[in-house]
Design a protein around this ligand. Structure first.
Ligand SMILES: [Mn+2]
Length: 319
């Protein structure tokens, strides 16, 4: 599969790298790793994103060159990274039409919407899959590319602490450090440079914290108005849900966020028992066993009620 993808890339001239809206460290890091590698190979490539790069990731090389979708652009190959389905691409999904499409992802809910689909659900991150691909292609992993891959891995594994952290994950991370990555420098840039607005959002979100089912389910929410009042970018809500999850006794945490169009974006996390990807899929979303998301076209209160009922049902084995 890697050899097949490498061949396609070598045969292509203009390559579009696409990834999901509400970007996180993995989709930004994996996309920029591939972007920088393709430029090193002398390819013409663009990273096209229907969103803005969160401020904490703008230090990565290539972040300044990320473009918004403009379908007048012409490409002969589109590579979608870290994206469980076409919808998550936002308006960048237009780029999937009339060209070869490669999908590289680790989401269990990904059904494969490309001509070539590399979906490895055991991989820690899409960044790890890009490492495999670039190694297969014998691309030299310089410091710049290594920083992008490391960022993808460190963020998707909860700083190498979630259950998706394997011996292989740590071996790759060690190699990236050997290539010049400084873990403490990146910790400072990614985790110790939070915009003030993000901390104010956390403060506001925690005011809504509630518990259900004998404190095994926690729930927090933010309205679109609250986001507006604080002046935070929608992407700044990334990782807020961890506060609700990381409480003793909590198995499932839900974070409901009202978006500009009035729909409710739901993020779900679990610790060890409940498969939250199943829950998200039942609402038309997707993700992983321990982290998933979906969008519900209801009011905040109605969406919360629906989601809580579904979580409780799933906790009791779907009965
Ligand atoms: Mn990911």
């Amino acid at each position: 599969m890697y050899a097949q993808i490498a061949k396609r890339i070598e045969e292509s001239k203009r390559i579009a790298i696409l990834s999901h809206v509400m970007p996180d460290g993995d989709n930004i890091g994996s996309s920029l790793a591939l972007y920088n590698a393709l430029l090193e190979m002398g390819k013409s490539a663009e990273f096209i994103l229907d969103d803005t790069v969160p401020k904490v990731y703008t230090f990565l090389k290539g972040a300044e060159a990320v473009n918004k979708p403009d379908v007048s652009d012409d490409f002969d190959l589109a590579i979608a990274l870290d994206c469980g389905d076409e919808e998550r691409l936002g308006s960048a999904r237009e780029y999937l039409k009339n060209k070869a499409v490669i999908v590289i992802d680790h989401h269990i809910s990904n059904k494969g919407f490309g001509d070539i689909n590399l979906i490895e659900v055991k991989a820690s991150s899409t960044g790890e899959l890009i490492y495999n691909l670039l190694t297969e292609m014998r691309v030299h992993l310089n410091k710049t590319i290594s920083e992008c891959i490391y960022t993808a891995m460190v963020t998707d594994t909860g700083q190498f602490q979630y259950s998706n952290t394997t011996e292989r994950t740590l071996r790759i991370a060690a190699e990236l450090v050997a290539n010049g990555v400084s873990p403490s420098e990146l910790f400072g840039k990614i985790y110790q440079s939070q915009p003030k607005s993000k901390i104010l959002l956390i403060k506001k979100a925690l005011e809504s914290l509630e518990f259900f089912e004998g404190d095994t389910i926690s729930c927090i929410s933010l309205t679109y108005n609250q986001l507006q009042e604080i002046g935070a970018a929608p992407s700044e809500t990334e990782s807020i849900i961890n506060y609700a999850r990381d409480i003793e006794g909590v198995e499932v945490a839900a974070f409901l966020k009202e978006t500009e169009d009035g729909r409710i974006r739901v993020s779900l996390r679990s610790k060890s028992k409940v498969d939250v990807s199943k829950l998200a899929v039942s609402f038309g979303g997707g993700g992983h066993m321990r982290a998933s998301g979906c969008t519900i076209s209801e009011s905040l209160d109605a969406a919360k009620k629906l989601m809580l009922e579904a979580i409780i049902k799933e906790m009791h084995g779907g009965e």
